[in-house]
Every structure is written in C-alpha cells, then in structure tokens.
Design a protein around this ligand. Sequence first.
Ligand code: AQP
Length: 328
Amino acid sequence: MNTQKIIFSGVQPTGNLHLGNYLGAIKQWVNLQKVYDCIFCVVDYHAITVRQNPDQLRRQVLDTAKIYLACGINPKKSLIFRQSDINEHAELAWILNCTGARMSDLENMTQYKDKAGKDANASVGLFDYPVLMAADILLYQTNLVPVGHDQVQHLELTRDLAKRFNHDFGQVFTIPEVQLQKTGARIMGLDDPTKKMSKSAASPANFIALTDEPEVARKKIMRAVTDSGAEVIYDPETKPAISNLLTIYHLLSGIDIKTLVKKYQGRGYGDFKKDLAEVVAEFLTDFQAKLERFSDEEVEKIFARGAKKLKPIAKETVKNVKEKLGLL
Ligand code: AQP
C-alpha cells in the first residue's frame, strides 16, 4: 500500500444482489479504484447475523465476489477478500464493543429497528452489526467508505467509535468519511417507492436482482407501481415511483434526467416503462455474460491474495489497539 487514500466497502452475501446494491454502491467502487487503493470485502460475518443455510452461504460468498468482478472491479488493482479469512475483524469488534460502543448508540440504529422489529429472538449479532462494520473499516485505516444512503448512520457510529478510542486511549484510528452517489444513493423498491430496494424484501417484485433473467426483469419494470397521474416528471416528493424509475434509467443509460423527462413529455408511463425495461434487460444481458467468465477457483485465489496482503495491516492495527489498552 502507498500513502494515498484508502477506500473500503463491502456487501453481505445474502440473497440476490440487486440494482440498488449496484447503483448505490458497487458502481462507484469501479470509478474509485482508478484513483485510490481500494479494498472490497465480502462481509460473511455480517451475513450470519440472521440464520443462513451453510451450503447456500458458501455459494453466495463466491457469487458475491463474482458480481464484484463482473461489475468491473479489477483484482489486479483492488484487493478483494472474504471477511472471515481475517479474524482481526471479530477481535476488533469485541474491543470496540467494550471501549466505545454504547447500548444507546445501537438502540438508535434504524436498520436494526427495521430488521429486528419486535422479534425477541433477533440475534445479538444483528444488534451489534454496526460495531463489526466499524471494525471492518477501522482495521485498514480507511479514508473513504463508498456506500448507499442506508449505511450513513452506521458510518456516523464508526466515526464516533474511532474518535472516542483515539481520545480515550491515544491515536490509533483514521477517521473515515462517507462517500455517497449524487443520484442513486437510495434506489427504492419497485413495489413500494417509499422503502428502499432490499434483498430481504418480502416480494421479489421489490427488486431487480443482477441475476434476474432479462425477461423477468422486463416484466418487473412493466409491473412496477407508478404514481397517480400519467406524466413522467422527476419529483421524489410528489412522484416517488416515477422519480425512482427515472433515476434507474439515468444511471443505466447515462442520459441525464432532464433529457429523459423531455423525451417522454406527453407520452405517458407505458412508453417510458417499455423503454426502461429494454435498457434494464440490455444491462442484465451484458452483465450476466461477464458474470459467467469467472470460476470458483479464480475467486478463491483472489480471496487468498487479498487476505495475504491485508492480514498484516489488520494485525498491526489490532496490535496498536491492544498496546493502548494494556493487553500487550
Ligand atoms: N436500495 C438501495 N439503494 C442504494 N444503495 C443500496 N445499498 C443497499 N440497498 C440499496 C447499498 O449496497 C451496499 C451493500 O448492502 P448490504 O448487502 O451490505 O446490506 P444492506 O444495505 O442491508 O442491503 P440490502 O440489499 O437491503 O440487503 P438486506 O436486505 O440483506 O439487508 C451498501 O453500501 C448499501 O448501502
């Protein structure tokens, strides 16, 4: 690693990665890797905060890395690794649990409230997930974390934990900044534009998975809920559904939103959706052709290389932390 900015981000290998994950997070990774030292993790320890089928999890870890590669992450430029290959993630999370994280911090996390709801059987891991995320980021002295909007609150906590530790025990951690896309940081569900597109949504009509058959995706776009009225207008407040579809169209085609609005003036939702369905289907066809090129063996080699380079950095951070605490 040289002295330039360090970028860290990751995705949970749970369910089907979707257009929200791509447009909100992974797409910006591809550009960032041209300029910075990037580390992209498949965060399997996060995945087990809810019960997983072991065989399926093994498969999804590899498939998630293949998605990174098919999206354009270059393993010769960026490091890709599996979180559980570096045990310092869990070790630092425990230390941060004890040194800076407060019950009140975690009780305020909206994602926990959304996911656990009133389920008394929700795991402690699900509650504590933001502290593990902080450990992931802080281990590598990360400067920038490119994520979707739903992770902003977790990033704030990461910054707080780092500041508290540095203040209470002495300087160890770099304070990371969040990096959001100008548009696309919050892609909404196709079945409900008031909630974000999510892998764990109750209905597959909520999302376009990156592995959806192009024909299936086409139908999902045609059936996506729309707003009252018939005009293609960009106004997320009053027209959340059509604004979300315009955002997806813009990000996949590169055509700016103003031009799209002009193009569909007076033409209604039908024409607009038909064209967007085509854009999405073309994107998926191209993406899935790339996805097929990567083998499990290749991914395992990329993971091994990532872990080999990153383990010493993680070890060094944990050593510094332990020294400050009197554990070494
Ligand atoms: N709808 C979204 N719009 C923009 N960005 C999004 N991200 C997730 N959903 C959207 C971003 O994708 C990255 C990886 O997310 P994750 O898999 O680690 O977990 P998540 O944020 O909880 O995503 P999901 O899809 O909603 O998964 P489940 O349903 O498993 O919780 C992150 O940068 C996230 O911001």
